[in-house]
Design a protein around this ligand. Structure first.
Ligand code: CO
Length: 171
């Protein structure tokens, strides 16, 4: 089922999510809904809090070199913890909760992440570049943070001004 995606400045997006305890059918339905919602909105990543569920769950589905977004490349990440990080990368990020805004953000280039899959199996993996960036972006959501918080003071000001103007135009 496609769910509604919360957008900035909805205060629910600032919620700190908590760990999943039961790897059951409810979790699987939620993961399937997150995937469907992300694809429907043309996203490459989604955190559960973006559909109003305060659980440490995220999905990432990268676009491959042929420009296709294949379900076999879907990454489902539950209760993630970054255990090591290294290097610096600047990448242009966007977010389904802040539609049509794309800004350069600095992140770790490489991270080692401990997480669980939908069946409760533990994984420890190293990710680099796009996946590392996407994971850090989504894990920020789980802690109640948005990528716009990482912009410089001036860029943030400019964003707030344009966002307010856009909100006014919509009403
Ligand atoms: Co986002």
């Amino acid at each position: 089922m496609i769910r509604e995606v919360l957008t900035y400045p909805n205060p629910k997006l600032r919620t700190v999510s908590h760990d999943v305890a039961e790897f059951d059918e409810n979790l699987h339905v939620l993961l399937d809904d997150m995937y469907e919602t992300m694809i429907n909105k043309n996203g490459v990543g989604l955190a559960a809090i973006q559909i109003g569920v305060a659980l440490n769950i995220l999905v990432i589905n990268p676009v491959n070199e042929e420009g296709e977004q294949k379900k076999e490349d879907l990454l489902e990440v539950i209760n993630p913890q970054i255990v090591e990080s290294d290097g610096v990368i600047i990448f242009q990020e966007g977010c389904l909760s802040v539609p049509s805004v794309y800004e350069d953000v600095e992140r770790f280039q490489k991270i080692k992440v401990k997480f669980f899959d939908r069946f409760g199996n533990e994984h420890v993996e190293i990710y680099e570049d796009f996946i590392a960036v996407a994971l850090q972006h989504e894990i920020d959501h789980l802690r109640g943070h948005l990528f716009i918080e990482k912009l410089s003071y001036l860029k943030r000001k400019k964003f707030e001004k344009e966002w307010k103007k856009r909100a006014k135009e919509k009403t």
